[in-house]
Ligand binder design. Structure first.
Ligand code: C5P
Length: 436
């Protein structure tokens, strides 16, 4: 059970998908959650409040001004772990974006100190309308978690984007969010399981949206350099660190593009993933995005060399004999290209070293013109490549700025992104004369 002792407030707007909410309620309860529901007036026309009340075991919030409901809009979310609005209609999304609180659901959302998750559902044209997109963007920048709608048949008879995600997908998203690793600087590596909902309100809050308004590009994983149609030169990178960074950055409200070498890892929610194979593909993909990002984190273990000649047919030992010489030529250094770009984004590199780490890291930082470099001691067998743990030392141009001791990669990722975002946000504040 992934949601034991969690209180979840389920807000239901007037989209046809509201009929799926009793199932969502059941799925959350199956994981141990205590679910409270709140409906808008039109939501109440589409799903029976009697059903919701019977299922949840709590009165259904609907009218702000009726004491009979016995739940106030302020109290409803005060001790909740999260509020999820599913389906979220264009109308309610607009209200949320602009802070309207004209019904129990929007008032509860405005007063909610917990993370807010919305699952939009509407006709495609309504979804694509610039007004709706602008409102979603406002919410995204504010750190609201948006479960993007799917493409498919819609209630209006048309087909297109706008279908609410299935209850199982929404429930899985909530489980992933609430059980995430990686509260920065938390004593425990995992979010503690609450003993009782009320005691944990402070710890349950998600990290601040320190990445709001920032566009981040992360390279991750190994690259593959073909030798012939069946063989490649690659390295031991698992991609886990880069993927953890992408997730941590997204959780902090940033817009994240992940350029991934060949790895079999699931894409973190709401991260835009671009798959590449060779170092050259990765270089091209980074370059194409460079003008649209504020931060680049080079976490990929890029192959330093590629074959001078790629054999068009499979090499045969029968024809090659006892030895085979391959000529390699140097690949372009991606993060050095980023560091020397003009204008350049805030640039972060990694140094995976087996010896003389600190000197190497500092030399790389200068040569590649980076803002930060994270040193990773890959000679240790307990951290680094393929491990679920990592330990990093972070340097800026003036020297060491942080030691991140051994912890799960998700925790290290949370700490590193927090560090980067705070540096970038404070330099922006300074640049715009925003100092307090
Ligand atoms: O020089 P070295 O490969 O050790 O530097 C590691 C850092 O440079 C990492 O951040 C890695 O992602 C980046 N890198 C790159 N392009 C390359 C080689 C390394 O972006 N061709």
């Amino acid at each position: 059970m992934q949601l034991e002792h969690r209180k979840i407030v389920l807000g239901i707007c007037g989209g046809i998908a509201a009929y799926k909410c009793p199932e969502l309620c059941r799925l959350l309860q199956k994981q141990g959650a205590d679910v409270y529901t709140v409906v808008t007036a039109s939501g109440a026309k589409l799903v029976s409040t009697a059903t919701l009340q019977a299922l949840s075991g709590h009165p259904v919030g609907s009218e702000i001004f009726t004491a009979a409901d016995n739940i106030g809009h302020i109290e409803l979310c005060a001790d909740a772990d999260c509020m999820v609005i599913a389906p979220a209609t264009a109308n309610t999304i607009a209200k949320l974006a602009h802070g309207l609180a004209d019904n129990m659901l929007t008032a509860a959302a405005l007063a909610a100190p917990c993370p807010l998750i919305i699952a939009p559902a509407m006709n495609s044209r309504m979804y694509r309308h610039p007004a709706t997109q602008a409102n979603l963007e406002i919410l995204k920048q504010r750190g609201v978690f948006i479960i993007p709608p799917a493409d498919g048949p819609l209630a209006c008879g048309e087909s297109g984007i706008g279908r609410m995600r299935e209850p199982a997908e929404i429930a899985a998203y909530i489980c992933a969010l609430l059980n995430r690793h990686g509260l920065p600087f938390a004593e425990n590596t995992l979010l503690p399981k609450p003993d009782a909902p009320r005691e944990l309100t402070a710890q349950k809050l998600l990290p601040t949206a320190s990445g709001a308004g920032l566009r981040v590009l992360i390279t991750a994983g190994p690259t593959e350099e073909p030798i012939d149609p069946v063989r490649v030169i690659t390295n031991k990178s698992s991609g886990k660190m880069g993927f953890a960074l992408a997730q941590a950055a997204r959780e902090r409200g940033a817009e994240v593009t992940l350029i991934a070498g060949p790895v079999h890892l699931p894409t973190p929610a709401q991260v835009n993933r671009i798959n590449v194979k060779t170092a050259q593909d990765m270089y091209d993909a980074v370059k194409a995005k460079l003008d649209d990002v504020d931060i680049v984190i080079g976490c990929a273990a890029v192959s330093d060399y590629r074959l001078a000649y790629v054999y068009p047919q499979k090499l045969k030992k029968e024809t090659q004999g006892d030895s085979l010489t391959l000529t390699l030529i140097k690949n372009e250094d991606i993060i050095a290209m980023v560091g020397h770009a003009n204008p350049r984004p805030f640039t972060v590199g990694f140094a995976a070293e087996t010896m003389a780490g600190e000197a190497q890291a500092k030399e790389k930082l200068a040569r590649k013109n980076l803002d930060l470099i994270a040193l990773n001691d890959v000679s240790r067998s307990d951290v680094g490549f393929n491990s679920d743990d990592n330990a990093l030392t972070v340097f800026d141009r003036d020297g060491k700025i942080a030691d991140l001791p051994k912890a799960p990669k998700a925790v290290i990722a949370a700490q590193l992104t927090e560090l980067i975002f705070n540096m970038v946000q404070s330099s922006r504040g300074t640049a715009s004369g925003n100092k307090e």
